[in-house]
Ligand binder design. Structure first.
Ligand SMILES: C[S@@+](CC[C@H](N)C(=O)[O-])C[C@H]1O[C@@H](n2cnc3c(N)ncnc32)[C@H](O)[C@@H]1O
Length: 861
């Protein structure tokens, strides 16, 4: 039996190792301390901020050179002046990273997006990825320095004694990671060897501010201790196990290098415990943390788990096990192995997933609930009662065991009606996502959970207005706008769901069917992408170098006079405005790319993974892929706050959307509020699958409606597992209901990098192309070439064309004109209307019934 000790709190008498995970008012640090070393040094001390060393930054990756990327220059959208470095320089730094990085997942998005499905297929000739994308690059395994990732803002933690927090000062004069040491550790791990990390000298050791609060794991569940901490989970910790001592004692103790202790409970040889890959990981399996399931052997000799929070904002987690034998491991290595295991086995999909982050999330949940904490980590009030309450409601085991998931929904069942939200929540799929059949018992049945309330959905009286702002990027002067009902009639609604996301999104998304009896199709709502079997979506934070993030920023990067490094991707200017919209010029360029791909540069790949996935042997270059415009948002390693204006997509849906039944296209999505041009609406979320997997799925599921998106881009040849697509058929978000529009879609998709600075993985975000009125249907151009009859799988029959033809016919007859191009602002039939921004050009209006024609716009078609 092996146990790992993760202590939040400190017990200088305990012979085990203790890993401390402190979250205090949003600041966080994790350090593992082997107990056996605690008396040797005197490094626990208060840290004076002014004496702090420079932030422990990730150093440049070993072997990095200053070579520039051959393809670096392509992606500046040219938004005005540049800051600091040119976009090219920005890419140089990216390239450095890429050259060292091991796994390079690619979200591969095929051109014609609805490639190969009878109903809707994406294929490949219109979209592309930037030319500079290269084949997978490599990084050393050891380059992720997990325990330092949460030292926020690139600085040591600010701690105040009176808030009982824990502060950490970076060790003076030592590198972030001893790469050679770490490397050998990892290598040996992979060979199942037991590695004992070298100990650092005393003067290399980090210094800590001693927490004033202590945790007593032995105390009864849910009882507040005299130190203000409250046990948050069931624990069978014995009274005398893991007893915590007070500050005085701690102050006199010493700190040892961050190391994780692995113990052999059964006294077996080190060899038995040496299989880190196997045993070490098994140790962290959740069920083993469940103390109720513990066997006698373990229970008799060990404390397993505890979590506590204090009204002062400290949250402490401890995993403890006593044993006579100990093997020392690098905390980095063990965390890495656990992460790998979870990524492989449990399909953890959050790109930035780490065990430490998971623990941080747990702590933040406690902190948020227990202290009535605001989103940005500011404590509004302290409340021991609420701390107690949340402790009862949510045990860390629940979180760690995935019990908070309902199927694959990230919904904490304990508090469905509370405004509680997980931040940075990690999707841990309990099982591999699989295609659901209609009889699958796993299907979440929304219908049984209908909350039919005729008054609760929107019934706004919307006046139909002329469209404004038809930009130059829209080549067509014709805009056909779905007529929205002026008033929803509750009596007509056969089906209504209050929130199809079941709390997974920030905003509720209702569903109504006023047309048929059809209910919401079976699918699992997920707010973020999840990875399926072979898709290689693994991210190393090491990929994000200092040049790629703004670790020194504080608060809102948008308020800076000079944009931070994260604006490098967009030519040194942020792609977002202060009003949280996409900047006009940038947006226009993105729209133009979609509307008129022929005018833009295409990239042709030698060995197209799309063709490969279809087992096609194509000689010569592929059909070509567009070079896209990317947005880069601030993220994890940036120092700015979660409310930074350069974090839009990652904050999820904020607009008021509704899924509704359209007359001719099945379900669709509409907005329930007016949306200005450039508003972020939602992301296209689904299962990340490989091209091959998608192709197989599509061929297997020929009868079923598909919700897939794919594109791809790499200069090099992608391996199959790196050529990724999104399939929202079974797991998806509201975007799976967005319908296609041929000419004048009011949404445009823009790739947004959040986790990575190098286009290997990105989020596909939808922004409005113009002002969209409330109740207007939201549509985007799927990019399907409907005329491509040679395609093996037929695309769905698009109603746009027929609609427009019909209208043109009608117009011509009514106007008694040979051929006209028309602009009008009035309703022309119960379903559609024409409108235009060029109203100033309308010289004369000839009304024909409900139709208006502008003679000055007559032209030969
Ligand atoms: C991504 S789904 C959109 C949601 C879909 N309407 C539904 O009910 O689930 C794409 C499918 O919607 C339908 N669709 C979308 N746009 C359409 C259009 N312009 N004309 C006809 N059907 C359309 C097609 O059946 C297509 O396969």
């Amino acid at each position: 039996m092996i146990c790992i000790a993760f202590y939040i709190g400190f017990d200088p008498l305990d012979v085990n190792a203790h890993t401390y995970l402190f979250v205090s008012l949003g600041e966080f640090v994790l350090v593992t301390v082997p107990k056996g070393e605690t008396r040797k040094h005197e490094s626990w001390s208060k840290v004076e901020p002014e004496e702090s060393e420079p932030p422990l930054k990730r150093t440049r990756l070993r072997g990095q050179t200053d070579q520039s990327s051959s393809s670096a220059g392509n992606h500046s959208p040219g938004l005005g002046k540049t800051f600091g470095r040119t976009p090219k320089e920005a890419y140089v730094s990216q390239t450095h990273c890429k050259e060292k990085i091991d796994v390079s997942p690619h979200l591969c998005l095929v051109d014609k997006k609805f490639e190969s499905s009878p109903s809707e297929q994406f294929s490949s000739d219109r979209r592309t990825k930037p030319e500079h994308l290269s084949s997978p690059t490599h990084v050393q395994d050891d380059e992720e320095v997990t325990q330092f990732q949460f030292v926020q803002k690139g600085k040591k933690l600010k701690c105040e004694r009176d808030t009982q927090c824990f502060s950490y000062e970076e060790p003076k004069g030592i590198p972030v990671v001893d790469l050679s040491d770490e490397e050998s550790v990892l290598d040996k791990h992979h060979n199942n060897a037991v590695i004992i990390k070298r100990e650092r000298d005393a003067d290399e050791l980090p210094q800590f501010d001693v927490p004033l609060a202590i945790v007593r794991p032995a105390a009864p569940l849910s009882l507040a201790h005299e130190d203000g901490f409250t046990n948050g989970s069931s624990s069978n910790v014995r009274e005398n196990d893991g007893e915590f001592l007070g500050t005085k004692q701690l102050n006199s103790e010493v700190v040892v290098p961050p190391t994780l202790l692995l113990l052999c409970e059964d006294g077996s040889s080190n060899e038995n415990c040496s299989d880190v890959e196997r045993n070490g990981l098994e140790l962290l399996e959740y069920k083993q943390l469940d103390t109720e399931d513990k066997g006698d052997d373990c229970a008799s000799d060990s404390s397993q788990f505890d979590i506590a929070s204090s009204p002062q904002g400290n949250v402490k987690i401890s995993l403890i096990c006593n044993s006579s034998q100990a093997i020392w491991f690098s905390l980095d290595a063990v965390l890495k192995l656990v992460e790998e295991k979870y990524i492989k086995t449990y399909r953890i999909t959050e790109p930035g997933f780490s065990v430490v982050k998971l623990m941080k999330d747990v702590c933040e949940c406690f902190l948020a609930e227990g202290t009535n904490c605001t989103d940005d980590g500011q404590v509004r009030s302290t409340n021991l009662t609420s701390s107690l309450a949340i402790s009862k409601k949510l045990s860390a085991q629940d979180v760690l065991c995935g019990r908070v998931y309902e199927g694959n929904f990230c919904i904490p069942p304990s508090f469905p009606n509370e405004p509680f939200r997980f931040r940075n929540f990690i999707e841990v799929l309990p099982q591999i996502p699989r295609v659901l059949t209609s009889t699958s018992s796993n299907v979440l049945n929304y219908i049984t959970e209908l909350n039919v309330n005729g008054n609760s959905y929107c019934g706004r009286d919307i006046k139909i207005k002329a469209l404004e702002g038809l930009g130059p990027s829209n080549p067509s002067s014709l805009v056909v706008v779905q007529k929205h009902n002026s008033c929803l009639d509750p009596l007509k609604v056969s089906h209504h769901i209050d929130d199809i996301t079941k709390g997974a999104e920030n905003a509720k998304i209702s569903l109504v069917n006023e047309i048929t009896d059809e209910c919401l199709p079976e699918f699992h709502y997920i707010p973020r992408n999840i990875a399926y079997e072979n898709a290689c979506v693994k991210f190393l934070l090491a990929r994000i170098s200092d040049e790629n993030c703004c670790s020194n920023c504080v608060g809102d990067c948008m308020s800076l006079i000079v944009p931070c490094a994260c604006a490098g991707e967009t030519g040194g200017e942020f792609a977002y405005t202060h009003g949280r919209l996409v900047e006009e010029k940038f947006l226009e360029k993105c729209i133009s790319l979609n509307c008129d791909p022929g005018q833009h540069r295409l990239f042709y790949c030698k060995d197209c993974p799309l063709e490969r996935s279809k087992h096609k042997r194509v000689s010569g270059p592929c059909k070509g892929h567009l070079v896209r415009q990317f947005i880069k948002e601030c993220w994890y390693k940036c120092g700015c706050s979660m409310k930074c204006g350069n974090r839009l997509v990652q904050q999820g849906i904020t607009v008021n959307l509704q899924v509704f039944m359209t007359p001719e296209k099945g379900w669709g999505v509409r907005t329930l509020e007016d949306l200005p041009k450039g508003t972020f609406v939602c992301e296209y979320v689904g299962e990340i699958v490989t091209n091959t997997e998608l192709f197989e799925r599509n061929t297997q599921m020929s009868g079923r409606e598909k919700h897939t998106y794919s594109d791809w881009g790499s200069k090099g040849v992608l391996k199959d597992e790196e050529a990724l697509c999104l399939d929202a058929t079974v797991y998806g978000n509201v975007a799976r209901f967005l319908n296609h529009r041929c000419f004048d879609a009011n949404l445009v998709e823009i790739p947004v990098e959040v986790e990575t600075p190098d286009h290997h993985y990105y989020h596909l975000a939808f922004f409005t192309t113009r002002k969209v009125d409330a109740l207007e249907e939201l549509t985007w151009d799927y990019g399907i070439d409907f005329k491509d009859h040679s395609h093996p799988v037929k695309a769905f029959h698009c109603c746009c064309e027929s609609m427009i033809k019909l209208l043109l016919k009608k117009l011509m007859r009514l106007a008694n004109a040979e051929k006209v191009v028309f602009i009008t602002v009035k309703e022309i039939d119960p379903v559609h209307e024409f409108s235009s921004a060029h109203k100033e050009n309308i010289t004369e209006e000839a009304s024909c019934g409900s139709l208006s024609i502008t003679p000055s716009y007559r032209a030969v078609l």
